[in-house]
Design a protein around this ligand. Structure first.
Ligand SMILES: C[S@@+](CC[C@H](N)C(=O)[O-])C[C@H]1O[C@@H](n2cnc3c(N)ncnc32)[C@H](O)[C@@H]1O
Length: 203
């Protein structure tokens, strides 16, 4: 697909998710740090307001090779997941890495920086989640639009939970979520560089 949308940014943020070499290098570095994500992944899983045994549907936005999806499919043994991502290379890697979950996940390619990115997704979802992905668009207005587009994808009683960087600061992102219409919005976990935050849909 064409280059994923993003506004011009800092040098250290110049990702090239279309490149096999870049994605392989990123995954190699991330593998060494995967242990550090188990705590926030667990907090996120425990915040999803459905019993572990239920056949819930999960959408992972910017799923990459599926680290969070794999955690959630393990935690909710009857769940299924849609892994949304814009990078063919990440999707290929995800198919390999999640081979043991075959039949319980499907990749859908779209650019979440462009309005309408969720059009082809079969809704509703009990949980929409994301990990270290949405900040990539950098433009606060676009991030807010992504949060707005996610709300109607949720089943009543469902949740959107984002594990991401405080860019912009969490308080600002929480206020967007409230304005858009999520309820019980808060930060559920954070350290110096990342946090798990989100809200619920109640009509
Ligand atoms: C830092 S990786 C995180 C991947 C995965 N969620 C994880 O935590 O391991 C960011 C992911 O977001 C995807 N991504 C970045 N910008 C995107 C966009 N505009 N639309 C769709 N996917 C995007 C990249 O392809 C990449 O897979």
């Amino acid at each position: 697909m064409a280059t994923l949308s993003r506004s011009s940014g800092h040098k250290h943020d110049n990702h090239d998710w279309e490149s096999l070499a870049y994605v392989s290098h990123w995954a190699e570095g991330q593998d060494k740090k995967e242990d550090l994500r188990q705590k926030p992944f667990r907090v996120l899983a425990e915040t999803i307001p459905f019993d572990k045994g239920l056949p819930i549907k999960i959408l992972d936005v910017g799923a990459g090779y599926g680290a969070l999806t794999q955690f959630l499919l393990g935690y909710f043994p009857n769940a299924t997941a849609i892994c949304q991502d814009g990078s063919q290379e990440m999707m290929k890697m995800g198919h390999q890495r999640m081979a043991s979950y075959e039949g319980r996940f499907k990749y859908v390619q779209s650019d979440f920086g462009k309005s309408g990115w969720s059009q082809e997704l079969a809704r509703p979802f009990e949980a929409v989640v994301s990990s270290i992905a949405i900040h990539n668009v950098r433009d606060p207005k676009v991030m807010e639009d992504i949060y707005r587009e996610i709300l109607p994808l949720l089943k009543n009683g469902g949740c959107f939970l984002n594990f991401d960087r405080p860019r912009p600061p969490f308080e600002e992102q929480l206020s967007w979520l409230r304005q858009v219409g999520y309820v019980d919005v808060k930060c559920f976990w954070k350290d110096e560089t990342r946090g798990v935050f989100g809200g619920f849909k109640r009509e």
